[in-house]
Ligand binder design. Sequence first.
Ligand code: UDX
Length: 434
Amino acid sequence: MSEKESIGVVGAGWVGLVTAACFAELGRPVVVREIIAEKVDTLRRGEVPIHEPGLPELIEKNRERLTFTTEMGELLDAARLIFVCVQTPPTYSGDADLSAVQRAVEEIGDPEGKALVMKSTVPVGTGRIIHRDAPGLAYVSCPEFLREGTAVKDFMEPDRVVVGADPGDEWAADEVAAVYEPVGAPIVRTDLSSAEMIKLASNAYLATKISFINEIANVCDEVGADVTEVARGMGMDPRIGGSFLNAGLGFGGSCFPKDTQALKMLAGNIGYHFQLLSSVIEVNELQKRRVMSKLSKHLDSLVGKRVALLGLAFKPDTDDMREASSLVLAHRLEGEGATVVAFDPVATERARDLLPSVEMAGSALDALDGADAAVLVTEWPEFAELDWAEVAKRMGNPLLVDGRNFLDPDAVRAAGITYEAIGRPSLPDRSAVG
Ligand code: UDX
């Protein structure tokens, strides 16, 4: 592939936009095809429809190399490598919904000498089925491992790039590997199905780590150990590793809940009961109950109580509300008779339609005004900077459940606030001393 040859990206969602902007940054002209005309208009005006740090700057900087279009033909005329970055949300059954992939595949057709490069997360075996129906088109699996909030950095400095293709399509895999060459990461070359499985297995494993530490936290609560200390001590063993051992409300977002379900279903559909993964999913669903039990330790009933949620997005640095713990919590709190008020630095607008009965506050302090309890749901850095004396003054009843084990317990307690965390019962209440 020549230096200047264009790359095609199908889908201007979060993965597609990050991928397109980063390939442009690596010097490639990129044609992005998006089916929604308004989105194309927005992007042509230079506006970025999602919150992702660094992305607007990157798109602005590389405007010359980025073309946004609704026409698949324009993309096919320009590019040999076609990166498919469309959504694969879960269906009601938990299987991946491949309708957007199928539509893209149909529109691409079966042109000779071109390659479909699948970035979207699809069930293992999808590539071989697509390839069987379009044998002229080479097929490469190149799954994305981008985290929301750090996606640009993850793209530019990946731990590895996985490139999977079956015999006959090696030329296309070589070209994909060449496109990624400037990022300097190890390239893992595999067959098609193994590449698809690497993505699902990686996410399932990370989700397993989270559910594992959450269960350890729940036991810590009962036996008087501090899960943050336990995780610190565990993580120093390189065989375990310290990341993804933060106990709390559990995982959310657009990937882990969907991919764990999809892998469980994939196994189930071929007659294998993936017991461990089933438990990982169940533990995650039950984890929100911990917050409810922490609240009921201090409040006899939630009827008529005002509960403030600090944070709504599924994690900081994103406005993504998909599978956010705040959705489950807000409904559960309202179900128990509480009034819920919430603040999030960026996700409030997106959350409004999803949580119509929740009062959206303009600041964290406004949300805490007169509250009988507060729950930290998303660990936005600004919440660690709150003036706790002011918080204590504003709250009707100063009770705070830290759903992410994020805050400094001493600072919160020193202000006279009752502090509860997940799996940290042994913390001495230093506010009572002196
Ligand atoms: C994830 C994967 O990390 C990425 O490789 C994949 O391509 C897409 O899915 P993302 O969904 O952006 O990325 O978020 P991530 O930072 O991985 O966190 C996922 C969820 O797990 C969040 O809800 C987070 O709060 C939770 N989490 C993470 C924990 O509860 N504890 C941890 O220790 C780590």
